[in-house]
Design a protein around this ligand. Structure first.
Ligand SMILES: C[S@@+](CC[C@H](N)C(=O)[O-])C[C@H]1O[C@@H](n2cnc3c(N)ncnc32)[C@H](O)[C@@H]1O
Length: 211
């Protein structure tokens, strides 16, 4: 088990980490968008302990979860079961998504995609492209290198340009790639950018459509 998985496993082994009742602030926007565009199947990539599985399942979507922290997935499953919900959860690395081509109408990647060196991020983007239907939606949130961005993440060792492995805090041992906006848009240039906004943690929230 690598450091990154261990770190999230450790966090989830202490109990739920994310509050089920506090999903990302853009979920209502996504629900409106998905409803308008008849999206039925969603992949929550890096679903963790399930706050977005819970939100979208309650609304009737078929939402599937992938995470490489098994303990997080167990928590997600338990929390869904407590309210009579269930979904397919897969323990896997986001660089190899075990669903067939063009399976999903949307993929959400909330505070996850940057947890890799750049090569892993590129493989993940290829995989997202593969499993999305043509015209499917990709919602991704990232920390950025904005000058006024979340500097609290900057304590660690830089293992390649822009990628730090944290040496303290809850993300100890976990790589974070800090994108510049031009770099991020370049990496995701296979997709059409539809919307860009900032959340209250100075994270960029980007909505793309598969060409
Ligand atoms: C900051 S949490 C976000 C969880 C969830 N998206 C949310 O917003 O509640 C990051 C999640 O990414 C998962 N993760 C990190 N690296 C991963 C990888 N290579 N493959 C799959 N999941 C990964 C972690 O286990 C953790 O659950």
């Amino acid at each position: 088990m690598d450091n990154e998985v261990m770190s999230w496993e450790k966090l989830y082994s202490k109990g739920p980490f994310f509050n089920l009742e506090s999903p990302h602030e853009e979920v209502e926007f996504l629900h409106e968008l998905f409803k308008k565009n008849n999206v039925e199947t969603i992949l929550d990539l890096g679903c963790g302990d399930g706050r977005h599985l819970y939100y979208f399942s309650k609304l009737g979507y078929r939402i599937y979860g992938l995470d490489n922290a098994r303990t997080g997935l167990c928590l997600a499953q338990e929390r869904l079961a407590q309210v009579g919900l269930a979904t397919e959860l897969v323990c896997a690395d986001m660089t190899a998504i075990p669903w067939h081509d063009e399976f999903f109408g949307a993929v959400i990647v909330i505070q996850v995609i940057y947890h890799n060196p750049i090569e892993g991020i590129r493989r993940t983007i290829e995989e997202i492209h593969r499993v999305l239907k043509p015209g499917g939606w990709l919602f991704v949130t990232v920390s950025t290198c904005k000058p006024l961005g979340p500097m609290r993440y900057y304590s660690g060792v830089e293992i390649e340009p822009g990628t730090m492995v944290m040496d303290e805090g809850p993300d100890k041992g976990v790589p974070h790639h800090f994108f510049t906006m031009p770099e991020l848009l370049d990496e995701l240039s296979r997709f059409a950018l539809i919307d860009l906004r900032w959340d209250s943690y100075s994270g960029a929230c980007l909505l793309f459509r598969r060409r």
